[in-house]
Every structure is written in structure tokens, then in C-alpha cells.
Design a protein around this ligand. Structure first.
Ligand SMILES: Nc1ncnc2c1ncn2[C@@H]1O[C@H](COP(=O)(O)OP(=O)(O)OP(=O)(O)O)[C@@H](O)[C@H]1O
Ligand SMILES: [Mg+2]
Length: 258
């Protein structure tokens, strides 16, 4: 059996402002080295899963384990890319990127080359000296993604990391992330609204539905790794895609009715 990297044990959670619970007695796990995509209607709690893993919110009941240990007993166990970027406006792009390296206590002389190389990987080598406000939304998203990877963490939590990107940039970063994942063996949990993106990248898709969410549906993606984009054209993948989209549409409709 594969070792569990992240484990939700009977999590119950409700935002104080809300009249309804978001999660009720929710349990699921992600194994080490998996690439899991999380999909679900807007507002169903995808970002909240990450907020709970990172202890930005505390559950009412239940425990969350990372590498078999309660998150309350540890620090620095994940590289988190939030949906809204948290770049520091007063630091240049370069200095934003070197921050996680400082925190990791990487020797000073290595920080700049590492950060510059990562910036090159996301196609923004010319932006080193720029301030975040000088960048477009998609560029900020790429810097934020680069910063998350520089955290060096074995667990990456990426909340819609490519949602603001133009089509071609998105495709090339998807490919790059897939290669990184294959070669580095990290665990990735990836929130997306894009079912095709989920099918291309993930080994398993978790679907959140209902309010409160009581369980997640787990759908393995029946494709080998490394992936090629043409694989998405296979009839069984097309069918799976249509099924996922129809399910999400039903969920969205149910939200509007409430
Ligand atoms: N303090 C809060 N912070 C964030 N969400 C809150 C808060 N209080 C209540 N909520 C509710 O939580 C829900 C949003 O949850 P969450 O951000 O996890 O959803 P999501 O699945 O990530 O949505 P999206 O796909 O739009 O990003 C909304 O219904 C919102 O009203
Ligand atoms: Mg969200």
C-alpha cells in the first residue's frame, strides 16, 4: 500500500459567518507522490480544504495528518499557492522569489541563481527587477507559482494556479508541471475548474459535492504517465470528461436553487 501523505480524518468545519456546515465528518487521503486534481462547483469548499491543511482555519472536529503527523504539531510542511496571490508589493519579483529560499536557509550566494532559473522556467526572466504591480494578472500568477515551487516542499497545494493564463502559456506550464512532478516525485493537490486540465495532469480526480460535503468521490484517471495531450481524445476519456462536466453543471444548478 502507498503511504499516505495527507489525511483528513472526520473533519467537520463551518465558517462562523455561514449558516451551514461546509464539511461534515469528511475523511479522505492522498498518497505520497500522487497528483490529485480537486474539482467541484464554485463555493463548494475547494480553497477551504487548503486553508484547513495550512491551519488558516481550524476544524470543529477531526484531525488532519501530513506524513502521518497532526498538522498542529508541525510547521513548513507544504508549499501553498493560494487562489489570490500573496506577492509582497514592496518587494521586487526577484526578492519575492528569494523569500522562500531565505526561509529554507539556502546559502545566500545560491539564492539568486536558483530564483532566476525558476523565473526563466515560467518564462519571465525579464521581470526580475519589476514590482508585482507592474505585472499582468497572468504574470503575477506565474511568479506566485514559481515562488511556491521554490518552497522546496514535498507537498504542493496549488489553488487554480493557471486560471488567469492565456491558452498557450497555460499549456506550456501544464507540461512543465507534469515533467517536474514526474521527475521530482512530489505530492501535488491541484484545484481547477478545468476538467480537461484535471484529466491531463492528474492521476486521480476528487469531486466535492453537496453542502455540507460529507464525502469526496474519487475517480482514477485511466491514462499512463507520461501523458500526451492526444491521449485526451480517447473515447473513454471523452466520456469521463462529459460525465464530470455534467456532474459539475448539476451541482452549480443546485447552488443557484438554494
Ligand atoms: N471567511 C470566509 N472565507 C472564505 N469563504 C467563506 C468565509 N466565510 C464564508 N465563506 C463561504 O465559503 C464558501 C467559499 O468556500 P471556498 O473558497 O472554499 O470555495 P471554492 O470551492 O474554493 O470556490 P471557488 O471555486 O469559487 O474558488 C462560500 O460559500 C463563502 O460564502
Ligand atoms: Mg477557491
Amino acid at each position: 500500500m502507498q503511504e499516505k501523505n495527507v489525511e483528513f480524518q472526520n473533519i467537520t468545519f463551518q465558517y462562523p459567518e455561514d449558516s451551514q456546515r461546509m464539511f461534515e465528518n469528511l475523511s479522505f487521503s492522498v498518497a505520497r507522490g500522487e497528483f490529485v486534481a480537486v474539482v467541484g462547483a464554485s463555493g463548494c469548499g475547494k480553497s477551504t480544504l487548503f486553508r484547513l491543511i495550512n491551519r488558516l482555519e481550524e476544524p470543529e472536529a477531526g484531525r488532519i495528518l501530513v506524513e502521518g503527523r497532526d498538522v498542529r504539531e508541525q510547521k513548513g510542511y507544504s508549499g501553498f499557492m493560494p487562489q489570490k496571490d500573496l506577492l509582497m508589493p514592496w518587494r521586487t519579483v526577484g526578492k519575492n522569489l528569494m523569500l522562500p529560499l531565505e526561509l529554507r536557509k539556502i546559502p545566500k550566494e545560491k539564492r539568486e541563481p536558483m530564483a532566476r532559473e525558476m523565473l526563466r522556467q515560467v518564462g519571465l526572466e525579464d521581470c526580475w527587477e519589476k514590482a508585482p504591480r507592474e505585472l499582468s494578472g497572468g504574470m503575477r500568477q506565474r511568479v506566485s507559482f514559481a515562488r511556491t515551487l521554490l518552497s522546496g516542499s514535498d507537498l504542493l497545494l496549488l489553488d487554480e494556479p493557471f486560471s488567469a493564463l492565456d491558452f498557450l502559456t497555460r499549456v506550456s506550464l501544464q507540461e512543465w508541471l507534469a515533467e517536474q512532478w514526474e521527475s521530482l516525485g512530489k505530492t501535488v493537490i491541484f484545484v481547477t475548474h478545468d476538467v480537461e486540465e484535471a484529466l491531463y495532469l492528474a492521476t486521480r480526480i476528487l469531486v466535492l459535492r453537496g453542502r455540507p460535503v460529507r464525502q469526496v468521490e474519487s475517480i482514477p484517471v485511466p491514462l499512463p504517465v507520461p501523458r500526451r495531450r492526444q491521449m485526451l481524445e480517447q473515447p473513454e476519456i471523452q466520456e469521463l470528461k462529459e460525465r464530470l462536466i455534467a456532474g459539475l453543471q448539476r451541482e452549480e444548478a443546485a447552488y443557484y436553487e438554494n
